[in-house]
Design a protein around this ligand. Structure first.
Ligand code: ACM
Length: 681
């Protein structure tokens, strides 16, 4: 009796083990394909790892595993083990980063054609063991969508030390990111030791206030290293060697960025002779006419190339004001000698020349999309940040592009309702929006789409003064970037990702990271969730000629204010319409005389970017569009504070009319008005 019961029980267990499992694996990024069963293999402290791979790969994996994972290495084991095996080829996998995992009762086999694939198979395995408690039986077949899956860390605006960087490399590796771009130089601090130019770090790495915002608004002074109240820091060359080696063991390449020709106030204060006027604290751009500039940049880049084995050297290139160049005799001479017709071509001269130098050392340049201005250097790769146009232009001219558009990839924006978050630079970029990004612009055909090399999330640090705050901005949104970069669009689904991100947040917390508390996300501005129905929806709006909307904030053009769509927390969401000249003065034609009870519009205020409430609103109506009767006139006194606020300006009553005119005036202070909808009921 007992025996029959046991056999029956075993039969039930065996059947349930081989039954297909319906839930997705709790892994980020989601693998491309999997076939899992209900049974699982539990790894414990007697589980070992066996490695069958070429000697060098084996040695590196051994070192990583013994330093990181709770398993001993024992090549003789045949069961209760995780076997890592390289193969010449694997069906269904074309990338050396791809892998196949097969799990049964004896253990786990991870196969790949390259060391990186074994490494990523191991990451998937470790996530499943951590997240699900055991490795599900079955098969996972996986490889990345893009070769480049990056994160940029701005260590200039606030300095984040070596240990912080190493800690983020661990997390990046777990989520299969493979490029860490360090923004090493900018006005706020030069962050890498350069032996030939010691003043860069003796002076350029230290400032008189630890907080970027305070420093930026109070004179922007640098101070000598070691002096009282010197704040900042830099990586020594030994630090860099350690970071580079630690990252390489985790299949991450460190890409160094040295800004040029702009964002260089700190370098030009340390070496003022490299600016057009030779004065400290005066300019952000290098003098392109001066040969010494090239001697300096090549000297710096030589040491950078020595330290970083990365194929790419990032040379910045963004946001050059080029202000001093038109009045600088050396720049003007350079333009004449080289036949350059404008300052864009002068910038392009610098980029081309630096590219030749970098290429001569066997490396490639990558730069922000302004390196397209004045003609792209022959072998350059473009990092597209001002939208997607830079990436499209690069791909169309058969240059590689890394997509990093501000609207999806700038993780310095608010990730939740601003009033619930520490101060950020602005915007509203929740996890869901990062996740929704597809790096291949629709404008590209399949042939050109191949030039989209990958995607990168950028963590600019102006408003991120501490390591804890940086991690909060980074996680979990960088995990959305990781999945955008790895997983094919058809295998992505936000609700499922959000659940896995919640697991990841718990894991990261348990390891001492300080991620954003995703479980308690407030979410979007409630009005933005559902379109509003009202009498003016879809009706004709006429803008008074003296009060046009600003083209850069046109939103949905002439129909914006009656399209039913309400704006999110940020003015640049493509729903809020911006006015800088003449305020708002619009007339809505309801088509026929209509009974009315309310006319309302919301405005937003956030003083930092000069977005203010109107100081006066006048609402009037007419039947013939000539004689208007005023319904209300609202005076409003501006209150200046740091908060993001929304305020409704409206009328309530009973009347009837065909035309409704809504006027909102900009106060004496100037600035912007932003409104999203004129709701008429
Ligand atoms: C940038 O955000 N200026 C690249």
């Amino acid at each position: 009796m007992k025996r029959t019961f046991l056999i029956a029980t075993l039969a039930i267990i065996a059947a349930s083990c081989s039954q297909p499992r319906t839930t997705a694996p709790d892994v980020i990024p989601m693998p491309q394909s999997y076939s899992l069963q209900n049974g699982s293999f539990t790894a414990d402290n007697s589980t070992t790892v066996t490695i069958s791979a070429p000697q060098e790969a084996k040695a590196r994996l051994q070192e990583y595993i013994s330093g990181t994972l709770p398993f001993a290495i024992d090549d003789s084991r045949k069961s209760n083990c995780i076997a890592l095996v390289t193969r010449d080829s694997i069906d269904g996998i074309s990338s050396p980063e791809g892998y196949r995992i097969t799990t049964g009762s004896k253990g786990i086999t991870i196969e790949a054609t390259g060391e990186a694939g074994l490494f990523y198979g191991l990451q998937t395995t470790m996530q499943l063991i951590d997240n699900e408690g055991a490795m599900p039986h079955g098969t996972i077949l996986d490889e990345p969508r893009f070769e480049y899956r990056g994160m940029m860390l701005d260590v200039s605006r606030h300095f984040f030390d070596k240990d912080f960087v190493l800690k983020q490399i661990d997390a990046m590796a777990r989520y299969k990111m493979n490029r860490l771009h360090l923004h090493l130089t900018d006005a706020a601090g030069w962050r890498i030791e350069i032996k030939k130019y010691p003043r860069l770090t003796q002076l350029g790495a230290w400032r008189d206030d630890p907080n970027w915002k305070v420093w930026w608004n109070s004179g922007r002074k640098y101070v000598e290293e070691g002096s009282e109240n010197a704040f900042g820091g830099y990586y020594t060359q030994d630090d860099i060697r350690e970071i580079v080696a630690y990252a390489a063991e985790r299949h991450i390449t460190i890409i160094p960025e040295i800004e040029m020709p702009a964002h260089s106030e700190e370098a030009l204060t340390a070496y003022p002779e490299l600016s057009c006027t030779h004065e400290p604290y005066k300019q952000a751009d290098f003098c392109v006419g001066n040969e010494k500039t090239f001697e300096f940049l090549e000297g710096v880049l030589s040491e950078i190339i020595e330290l970083f084995p990365s194929e790419y050297i990032h040379i910045g290139g963004d946001e050059a004001a080029k202000q001093s160049w038109p009045d600088c005799p050396l720049c003007q001479k350079r333009m004449k000698d080289e036949g350059l017709k404008d300052v864009d071509e002068l910038q392009s001269y610098l980029i081309h020349r630096i590219e030749r130098f970098v290429n001569s050392k066997g490396r490639q340049i990558i730069g922000w999309d302004e390196i397209l201005d004045g003609g792209l250097a022959p072998n350059a790769t473009v990092m597209s940040w001002r939208g997607t146009e830079g990436g499209i232009t690069a791909a169309n001219s058969r240059h590689k592009a890394v997509m990093s558009p501000g609207t999806f990839c700038y993780l310095d924006q608010y990730q939740d309702a601003p009033h619930t978050q520490p101060e950020a630079i602005g915007g509203y970029l929740p996890l869901k929006k990062v996740y929704s990004y597809d790096p291949v612009p629709q404008e590209l055909d399949s042939e050109k789409a191949k030039y989209i090399y990958g995607v990168q999330g950028n963590l600019w640090a102006e408003y991120i003064p501490t390591p804890e705050h940086m991690e909060r901005m980074m996680y979990p949104r960088i995990l959305a970037v990781a999945e955008v970069g790895w997983t094919q669009p058809e295998n992505k689904e936000y609700d499922n990702f959000r659940n896995r991100a919640l697991t990841a947040v718990g894991y990261l917390k348990s390891k001492g990271y300080t991620p954003f508390d995703l479980a308690n996300e407030t979410g979007n501005r409630p009005e933005a969730d559902t379109p509003v129905e009202h009498l003016a929806r879809g009706k004709k709006v006429t803008y008074a000629p003296q009060a046009p909307y600003y083209e850069g904030y046109a939103a949905n053009g002439d129909s914006t204010l009656v399209d039913g769509n309400r704006g999110a927390w940020n003015n640049n969401d493509g729903v809020w319409q911006g006015f800088i000249k003449g305020g708002v003065d619009v007339t809505i034609d309801l088509g026929e005389v209509t009974p009315l009870t309310t006319v309302n519009a919301d405005f937003m205020q956030i003083c930092n970017p000069w977005i203010f409430m109107p100081t006066e609103v006048i609402i009037s109506v007419s039947d013939d569009n000539e004689t208007f009767t005023e319904l209300t006139r609202i005076e409003h006194e501006l209150v200046m504070d740091d908060a993001l606020t929304f305020k409704n300006f409206g009328w309530q009553g009973e009347t009837s009319a065909r035309y409704v005119r809504y006027v909102a005036r900009i106060g004496k202070k100037g600035g912007w008005l932003f409104t999203d909808e004129i709701v008429i009921k």
